[in-house]
Design a protein around this ligand. Sequence first.
Ligand code: FAD
Length: 302
Amino acid sequence: SALPLCSRLPDDVKVSFEFFPPKTDKMAESLWAAVKRLEPLGPQFVSVTYGAGGSTRERTHDTVARIARETTLKAAAHLTCVDATREQVDDVARRYWDAGIRHIVALRGDSPESDGVYRPTPGGYAFAADLVEGLKKVADFEISVAAYPEPHPEAASPEADLDALKRKVDAGATRAITQFFFDVDVFNRFRDRAAAAGITVPIVPGILPVSNFATVTKFAGMCGASIPQWMAETFAGLDDDPDTRKLVAAMVAAQQCRALAAAGADQFHFYTLNRADLTYAICHVLGVRPPEPVPSPAMAEA
Ligand code: FAD
């Protein structure tokens, strides 16, 4: 059989890009450069994350509103249940609706407490499924939710985790975006189990282009994603060589996406970390390109 990089791609690959709200002017500048670089690729939507305990509430709102105002992109806002009553969450959602934002990525969020144990806020939405139900009462939002090819660390069992996903879809979510993962078989098995459980919405693989392997190992440990041995071996010896690491990272993620596409995936959600270069290159390999060739930022400066 053909290697993933040689296999045929689906005709119409769709992508979406995730950003986080910037903390400083300098970070805002690099976020904006990334947004502008990725805009001509015509993503389905771009989304902006929401900090733990609503810590980024205003920055998330401002970033989403600015994208909606100043670009042709469809902007989606992440929203969580943490540290807020239902009324407070509903108010945030209403503000989005009034600002013309029609798509929410609805999440439970994580505990802001030092013991890390999640406890629902009194008077708040307890789980993401409750949030989806509440948002649908506020307005007819398009809603995406999270899914976990390697079960969520707090799930009682993989079956209970799938039930939780099913409840989110039954409450009105029309897309599930996965936590990042590196093993393509893990994703394919999860997609098949979700289909067997009657989940019919698209399960969109969440792709984390790895440029700093040490950081990714840390993130993966926190969210229960496994790092295959081959990946550790691929990046071994490159700790002090960021240039080579970036080239290798593009190759690894492009292979992962092509292998997913060969198994039927035609939508991809990229955790961009507010940088465009790896995501842009991987999209190119997936056939997602601007209508007219665009000079790279380096060429534009030359
Ligand atoms: P849920 O679907 O509510 O599930 C949480 C856990 O509870 C699971 O273990 C589930 O099995 C279990 N569960 C669900 N319902 C019940 C029930 N009724 N009884 C008992 N157990 C139940 N975090 C942020 O803070 N901000 C973000 O912007 C953000 N964006 C994200 C985007 C994506 C695509 C993904 C995959 C994750 C994101 N997260 C974000 C992280 C997310 O908040 C955490 O993973 C969180 O721990 C779980 O959120 P959830 O929406 O999946 O929760």
